[in-house]
Design a protein around this ligand. Structure first.
Ligand SMILES: CSC[C@H]1O[C@H](OP(=O)(O)O)[C@H](O)[C@@H]1O
Length: 389
């Protein structure tokens, strides 16, 4: 059965509630920007590309289901205000702010046309928001193929294994995924020996979401704890032919420093120590040339209870009772908790940034020049029909 993290048609938006996966597949209605803000804040939908798309479409269904002004300028002002509110839901992933900025320009342009009216501005917005769903999947398929080809070439061909962190698949995007898209393309190309995914505490994007996608796609894979990656590379790296650690991104700064799920930085250090390539896979909507370096990236801190409690169906030792979902404490009462949702990996630890227009490597100066990627024409690649939910 095909699973979609985001279900949209004009007037209707549903999101797969990712707090209930992998055991329960429930869709939540998103009726407008308020619903969208809370769905993103609560992390019922998550993933840098996905939160941008859900935010944009939440406002689209609000416009489609409610009477708007006939005056172009009034609809433009309404849209801009709602977009700026949606951007406040989560600060680190740049995709949300990037999309809002682009959509603001589109509606400002639509409103400036002499014969424009409220309907025209609203249509221009909704068409652009819907386009994001389509563009994201084709970008991810291109990322997958560029990344798979790069890894296979650097490994000298043959079958390779990779490690990935968090969830960067169809559940974090409009489909196929970024870093998990690279895994899907390696598998589709017959070049994947094994994929190792980390559980990614405390939200467990890896054990709950990435493992779910890998099992769904029948990709040979193994779940490891976040702390096991260095032991994996030391004890099984050669036998498993681990060629790379591939992760997603929430914001790539102009110098290549990358904010990604907490635990990414230590994986980059592990990769460097073991001579394994460390790759960031991200569409260009994640690259933020206006942020000079990782030091300038705001890191979201989430509630401590997301670390000190876990939730899941009751297990009687044999079966899961999906009707009995329990929340249990796993930490001492009274302990202080620090729960940053992301960390920053310095560019010096990153071997390549995989985008939809190709893999950006450092120049002879040892630095990334991301402007070339941002200016490149997106040729895409033949859609990869294997994998994806
Ligand atoms: C292609 S998703 C990119 C990025 O988003 C995830 O964060 P979250 O699950 O908190 O939304 C994670 O950092 C992924 O690597």
């Amino acid at each position: 059965m095909v699973l979609e993290a985001i279900r949209y048609q004009p007037g209707s938006l549903q999101i797969l509630n990712q707090l209930k996966l992998p055991h329960q597949e429930e869709y939540d209605e998103v009726r407008g920007s308020e619903d969208g803000w809370h769905a993103i804040k609560d992390m019922r939908t998550r993933g840098a590309p996905a939160i941008a798309i859900v935010a944009a479409l939440a406002l689209a269904v609000e416009l489609q289901n409610n009477k708007t002004s006939d005056v172009a300028e009034e609809v433009k002002v309404f849209i801009v205000e709602k977009l700026r509110y949606l951007v406040t839901s989560r600060p680190t992933a740049v995709n949300l702010a990037d999309a809002a900025g682009k959509l603001e320009k589109i509606v400002t342009n639509a409103a400036s046309k002499p014969d424009s009216d409220g309907t025209a501005v609203s249509k221009a917005y909704c068409d652009a928001a819907a386009r994001m769903l389509i563009d994201d999947v084709s970008d991810n398929e291109a990322i997958g193929q560029h990344g798979a080809e790069w890894i296979s070439k650097k490994a000298g061909g043959g079958q390779v294994s990779v490690v990935t962190h968090c969830n960067t698949g169809s559940l974090a995007t409009a489909g196929y995924g970024t870093a998990l898209g690279v895994v899907r393309s390696l598998h589709a190309n017959g070049s994947l020996k094994h994929a190792f995914c980390t559980e990614t505490r405390p939200y467990n994007q890896g054990s709950r979401l990435t493992a779910f996608e890998l099992v769904h796609d029948k990709i040979p894979s193994t779940l490891i704890t976040d702390s096991m990656a260095s032991a994996l590379l030391r004890l099984r790296g050669p036998s498993e032919n681990i060629a790379a650690i591939v992760v997603g991104a929430d914001r790539v700064a102009a110098n290549g420093d990358t904010a990604n799920k907490i635990g990414t930085y230590q994986l980059a250090i592990t990769a460097k120590h073991h001579g394994v390539k460390f790759l960031v896979a991200a569409p260009r909507t994640t690259i933020d040339l206006s942020t000079a370096s990782g030091a300038d990236i705001v890191i979201e801190e989430r509630p401590g209870k997301e670390m000190t409690f876990v939730k899941g169906p009751r297990f009687d030792g044999v079966d899961l009772d999906l009707a009995q979902v329990e929340t249990v404490s796993i930490a001492a009462n009274g302990i202080n908790v620090w729960n940053p949702s992301f960390d920053v990996t310095p560019a010096e630890l990153i071997d390549g940034i995989i985008t939809e227009v190709g893999v950006v490597e450092k120049g002879s100066d040892g630095k990334f020049d991301l402007t070339l990627a941002m200016e490149a024409k997106n040729e895409g690649v033949k859609p990869n029909t294997v994998g994806g939910l």
